[in-house]
Design a protein around this ligand. Structure first.
Ligand SMILES: Cc1ncc(COP(=O)(O)O)c(C=O)c1O
Length: 365
C-alpha cells in the first residue's frame, strides 16, 4: 500500500521503520575513512573482532553499566546485533526446544527459533503489567522444557523499560529452570529520564546471561552493521563457534570506526537524546489532541499508541496511510498481543511530525 501511494505521488510521512534520519557523527565517518585506507584492514577480519574493538566494547559496558567482562573471552563482535540474535538460535536452539519469546517483540527472536526447529512460547507484554512478561503465568511444564528466554529493554515496540527488580526476578526464574537469558539492549542509550540498566548488572546474571549491543541506534550507524555480544563465556563461545563456521567478522575499518564511536565524547549521544525528547514531546502531545492519547515512551524512539475502541491496528494503520499519507506500523505486526496498538517512530524532523499530527487530525478519531 505504501508503494502504491508513493507511485500515486502521495507525499508520505514515514513513521514506520526505526532507522535514524540523522547522519552518523562526523568523527566516526572520518575514523572509517582513515582506517579504510590502511591495507592491513583489507584482509579477512578476525571472527571474534579486533582485540582493540572488544576492549572498547568491554570498557563501554564497564563505564556505562558497571559490568566487568574479559574482552578476550566474554565479548564477540557482531555484524549488527540482528546477526547475533539470529545466530544465537543456531548456537543453542535444537529441534523441540522451547524458547520464551516476548509478544509483541522484535521478530527475529521468534523467527530464529523457528528456523532452527525450536518452538516459541509467547509471553504477552501487557500495559497492566508494564509491558513486562508475567513470569508466574509461564506453565511449569513450559519452563521445564525452555532452553532460552528472549528479553529486550528498552523495548521495541512498547517503549517500556525494565527495572533491576524485574531482572532479579528473571535471574531467579531462569536459575531455577536452567534457562539461558538473552537480553537485547539495542536501545540502551535511547532513553528520556533514568538510564536503563544492563541485564548483566543483575546478581547471578553472569552465570546464564548474554546481552546484545548495537551501535546502530546510539551513533546513527544502522547501515554500518556493527554490534557486539557480551556476557557468560560459554554463551559467547557458542555464538563465536557459529560465527567461525558460517559467517565472517566485521570489516576491520568499521571496527576501528566503532572504537571511535564507543570511546567518543558521550555528549553527542546526550544531544541525540535531546533531539528525540523534543520530537517525542511534540508527537505525544499532538497525538492526544487528535484522539490518540498515549503514554510517552520511557526509552527507544518509538511511540506505542492504543487504537481507539472499535478499530483494529490494521484498520487504523490503513486509514493513516490512505487518508493522511502517514505510515505507521500496526502493533499486531509484532505479534498477536500487539493488536490494539500502532507504533510510530521519532525518526522524522519536528516539522514532519507536526505535519503528521495535522494530517491525522483529519481522520476525526
Ligand atoms: C529490538 C531490536 N533489536 C535488534 C535490532 C537490530 O539492530 P542492528 O542489527 O542494527 O544492531 C533492532 C533493529 O531495529 C531492534 O529493533
Amino acid at each position: 500500500m505504501k508503494k502504491e501511494a508513493a507511485a500515486r505521488g502521495v507525499d508520505l510521512i514515514s513513521l514506520g521503520i526505526g532507522d535514524p534520519d540523522t547522519p552518523t557523527f562526523p568523527h566516526i565517518v572520518q575514523a572509517l575513512a582513515a582506517a579504510a585506507a590502511r591495507p592491513a584492514n583489507h584482509r579477512y577480519p578476525d571472527y571474534e573482532g579486533l582485540p582493540s574493538f572488544r576492549a572498547a566494547a568491554a570498557s563501554f559496558v564497564q563505564r556505562r553499566f558497571g559490568v566487568s567482562a574479559d574482552p578476550e573471552t566474554e565479548v564477540v563482535s557482531l555484524i549488527g546485533s540482528k546477526e547475533g540474535i539470529a545466530n544465537m538460535a543456531v548456537a543453542f536452539v535444537d529441534p523441540g526446544d522451547v524458547v520464551l519469546v516476548p509478544d509483541p517483540g522484535y521478530p527475529v527472536y521468534g523467527i530464529g527459533t523457528l528456523f532452527n526447529g525450536g518452538t516459541p512460547y509467547l509471553m504477552p507484554l501487557r500495559a497492566e503489567h508494564r509491558f513486562l512478561p508475567d513470569l508466574h503465568a509461564i506453565p511449569e511444564e513450559v519452563a521445564r522444557r525452555a532452553k532460552l528466554m528472549w528479553l529486550g529493554y528498552p523495548n521495541n515496540p512498547t517503549a517500556a523499560l525494565a527495572s533491576p527488580q524485574f531482572f532479579a526476578d528473571v535471574v531467579e526464574f531462569a536459575t531455577r529452570h536452567g534457562i539461558i537469558v538473552a537480553h537485547d539492549n539495542a536501545y540502551s542509550e535511547i532513553y528520556y529520564d533514568e538510564a536503563p540498566p544492563s541485564f548483566l548488572a543483575t546478581p547471578g546474571a553472569d552465570a546464564l546471561g548474554i546481552e546484545f549491543h548495537s551501535l546502530s541506534k546510539t551513533y546513527n550507524m544502522t547501515g554500518w552493521r556493527v554490534g557486539f555480544a557480551i556476557g557468560n563465556r560459554e554463551l559467547v563461545a557458542g555464538l563465536g563457534k557459529v560465527k567461525t563456521n558460517v559467517d565472517s567478522g566485521v570489516f576491520q575499518a568499521v571496527q576501528e570506526a566503532a572504537i571511535a564511536a564507543l570511546t567518543g565524547d558521550p555528549v553527542i549521544v546526550e544531544r541525540l537524546r535531546a533531539t528525540y525528547r523534543e520530537r517525542r514531546d511534540v508527537l505525544v502531545r499532538g497525538l492526544e489532541t487528535v484522539g490518540l492519547p498515549c503514554d510517552p515512551p520511557a526509552g527507544t524512539f518509538y511511540v506505542w499508541a492504543p487504537v481507539p475502541r472499535g478499530s483494529t491496528a490494521a484498520d487504523l494503520a490503513r486509514r493513516c496511510l490512505t487518508e493522511a499519507g502517514v505510515v505507521v506500523t500496526p502493533g499486531n505486526g509484532f505479534g498477536d498481543a500487539g493488536e490494539g496498538y500502532i507504533r510510530l517512530t521519532l525518526c522524522s524532523s519536528i516539522e514532519r511530525l507536526r505535519e503528521a499530527v495535522e494530517r491525522l487530525r483529519g481522520l476525526g478519531l
